[in-house]
Design a protein around this ligand. Structure first.
Ligand code: GLA
Length: 742
């Protein structure tokens, strides 16, 4: 039993293999959050101090007792109307703006298996793998109910949370804020780690100390965004890769979100995460229900590395679905950086031919194959093939690619429309735009109203016709602008929050239907690179283009940040041409490949333009990727250097689950004369064993590798006896195999 209700002390404890999470039905029916940390038995509420905290308000039902205040006790789902002035999880008003919803414990039930959420992504598991707890709270004075949903995955050390708000009153209410989870931590010094950035610079690791000031991360853009990621960590001040306590909060939602974290006046820390409340104001009619998206919580006392590995496993095995979640991913080549939208069929075939010759598995035709799309000012929405440009039908192009022994895939951007398109001329009211006002443009395009089923259905139908024709093996689904003019011509409410939420559900519905129709399709997410890289999308797209920035050195930092919350097999990563189109930096093609192998691996250039030597390298890279693909994508992932602080080298490694082999990756970021030796300390090996470098034959005791470390290789120069130090941006992959010798 992973969920235990103790009637005697009114506690409900959720146990995983290494953690316990506890709540308690406390004084006056407040649902207290008593504990989340290493496994316990017993009642953790002994650590809660009830006393009159100078002028913190008290519930009326406490009468003359001033010891209990919602403002100072740790709560499971804090709400404003109870007199808690810290960041609320729930905030509801009547239609006239009067605050309501002072939520107290009402009932609970424990169910075998994991709950699912209609229309929303959710972590899944069998009845043996998970249990569900539902705790229902009720407003003291009305029939507003909130059901807190918990999924407990003992083996994964993960607890999921979500919340369902039900209006059983006779009046409309306005849900101003309904977070997915709130976490109160009673003691300690904590930091917030979040992953901020920009287009071409996504998910940069940032760490701020939490103090008596609220830190707010999130986005108002209607998508999970380049600018903040919907994964955060609350880490003890001294926690690092290997040591210290940390909590992860990973939201499975692809729209605007926020996480508010800070300490209160008495030192306890609160983190509240969910849909971004600022634009929310969700009207809930009598009998209507609002379902808040799911969040996956995890705790580790062994540092950030171990927390990340919990999420890697969770997302790979219990969020990603379909046949591709465990299949080796095809090595693909995409024409975007080679051609932009300026191509014809012959150019595509020529790129594909060379790629096939060198061993690439799949050709992906990016933006520009449809409607009038010779630049990015027109054509979106017109999902019919531009046969004039291709010089053939999509079916014929696909046949030609397949005759080279390759699979075939195409790019789409279903949520968008250009004003210069037949679709827009036919249905201007299908775009999100406010009557009487000019809509804001983004890349000269408007957003289609995916809150409307008929819009989703029409786009899906049009795209399916093309997919049927070319029998696509793969689709790259892009989304290249945020939501601004949120107004729906097909809705009775213009609540921005409700429409944005319904929009996100419309996107999920589109992908669900697409996958239902083509169950074997490999769907890759994308949003101007990594602008919608979130766990919600991963329920549909087992890989997501990580960033439009394909510069290997920038990518190291982007993929480093991404690796905290997501497994590397979800990160779309390609080798592109040099100098890099964005940074104008040149790096060796081997380095670009080593970095792309910390992802799904593929190419994004015209291989015809490489030297013969480089072409041979590409052939070898693909062989290497195939050889190690299981280790790369199924192995346990260890960050070995802090790339935000260590500017000399970056290193990471993958270790097979049985610890029999490992792949160490090093990229040199800085060089200097007569360089002191630099040692990289390894991680995750079997300490009682030794490992052989399969190339040099050198045998290392594991403890030496993990304590002293391994030096950055020196390179034997061909045709000489000389050995040189590693050069700038040079990369190394060292494969280690466990040997019997100790
Ligand atoms: C976005 C994507 C790119 C490419 C272009 C096409 O920027 O991130 O990979 O598909 O759109 O327009």
């Amino acid at each position: 039993m992973s969920v235990i209700y103790n009637e005697q002390n009114s506690t409900i404890t959720l146990n995983t293999e290494n953690t316990s999470y506890q709540m308690k039905i406390g004084p006056y029916g407040f649902l207290l959050h008593t504990y989340y940390g290493p496994k316990i038995s017993g009642d953790a509420s002994v650590s809660i101090v009830y006393r009159d905290h100078g002028f913190s308000p008290n519930p009326h039902d406490a009468g003359r007792c001033r010891d209990v205040s919602a403002d100072t006790i740790p709560l499971e789902y804090p709400c404003e109307a109870a007199g808690d002035f810290r960041a609320p999880a729930l905030s509801i008003t009547a239609d006239d703006g009067t605050f309501m919803a002072d939520m107290r414990y009402h009932s609970h039930r424990i169910l075998q298996g994991k709950y699912s959420l209609e229309g929303l992504p959710a972590v899944y598991g069998t009845d043996e793998e998970a249990q569900t707890l539902e705790v229902t709270l009720k407003d003291r004075f009305s029939d507003i109910f909130v059901t807190l949903q918990y999924g407990v995955f003992p083996e994964l050390d993960v607890i999921t949370r979500a919340a369902r708000i039900e209006n059983r009153t006779a009046q409309k209410i306005i849900v101003k804020n309904a977070a997915s989870a709130s976490l109160d931590i009673l003691s300690g010094e904590w930091d917030l780690i979040h992953f901020s950035g920009r287009h071409a610079g996504e998910r940069t690791f940032e760490r701020v100390s939490l103090s008596q000031r609220e830190e707010l991360v999130g986005t108002r853009r209607g998508v999970s965004s380049h600018h903040q990621n919907s994964f955060v960590i609350i880490a003890e001040r001294n926690a690092d890769e290997r040591y210290g306590q940390c909590y992860g909060m990973n939201l499975l939602y692809s729209g605007s979100f926020s996480c508010n974290a800070g300490a209160d006046a008495f030192g306890s820390v609160r983190a509240v995460m969910g849909i971004q409340p600022e634009h929310f104001d969700y009207p809930l009619e009598p009998e209507e229900i609002f379902q808040a998206p799911e969040i996956a919580l995890a705790y580790s006392e062994n540092g950030l590395g171990s927390l990340s590995r919990i999420y890697h496993r969770l997302i790979a095995d219990h969020v990603c679905r379909g046949p591709w979640k465990n299949r080796p991913r095809p090595v693909l080549i995409n024409n975007w950086e080679a051609t932009g939208p300026y191509f014809d069929g012959e150019m595509i075939i020529s790129i594909a031919k060379k790629a096939a010759e060198l061993g690439v598995d799949m050709m992906v035709l990016d933006d520009g194959w449809f409607g009038k799309r010779d630049d990015d000012y027109s054509g979106l929405g017109d999902w019919y093939v531009n046969t004039k440009k291709l010089g053939c039908t999509m079916g014929e192009l696909a046949d030609q690619i397949r005759s080279l022994g390759m699979k075939f895939g195409i790019w789409i951007e279903p949520e968008m429309v250009n004003e210069d398109s037949d679709l827009y001329r036919e249905h201007p009211d299908w775009a999100l735009q406010i009557p009487g006002r000019d809509p804001v443009l983004g890349r000269s395009q408007l957003v289609l109203d995916f809150s409307r089923e008929e819009v989703v259905d029409r786009i899906l139908d049009d795209i399916c016709k093309v997919l049927d024709e070319c029998k696509a093996d793969y689709v790259k689904m892009d989304m290249n602008r945020p939501l601004v003019d949120v107004y729906s011509h097909g809705s009775s409410t213009q609540s921005r929050g409700k429409l944005q939420y319904k929009y996100v559900l419309g996107v999920y519905r589109f992908m669900e239907k697409l996958l239902e129709r083509y169950p074997d399709l490999l769907l890759e997410g994308c949003s101007s690179g990594g602008g919608r890289f979130d766990a919600g999308m991963m329920y549909y797209t087992p890989q997501i283009w990580c960033s439009d920035n394909t510069d290997a050195i920038d990518r190291i930092r982007i993929q480093y940040g991404t690796s905290f919350g997501y497994p590397i097999r979800t990160m779309g990563a390609h080798v592109s041409a040099c100098p890099n189109y964005d940074t104008w930096r040149s790096t060796p093609i081997n380095t670009r490949a080593v970095v792309a192998m910390e992802g799904t691996f593929g190419y994004e250039l015209d291989l015809n333009h490489l030297s013969d030597e480089e072409k041979e390298e590409v052939r070898q890279q693909i062989i290497t990727f195939r050889k190690y693909s299981s280790l790369l994508h199924n192995g346990l992932y260890y960050r070995l250097t802090d790339v935000m602080k260590n500017t000399k080298e970056a290193a990471w490694m993958m270790v097979s689950e049985d610890q029999s082999e490992a792949l160490l990756n090093i990229v040199v970021l800085d060089v200097t004369g007569n360089r002191p030796e630099r040692y990289i300390r390894l991680d995750g090996l079997d300490r009682n064993a030794s490992y052989r470098d399969t190339e040099t034959g050198i045998i290392y005791p594991a403890n030496v590798l993990m304590t002293t470390g391994i030096t950055i290789p020196r390179v034997k120069m061909s045709g000489h006896d000389w050995v040189r130090g590693a050069s700038l941006y040079e990369a190394f992959q060292i494969h280690l195999e466990k040997v019997d010798q100790k």
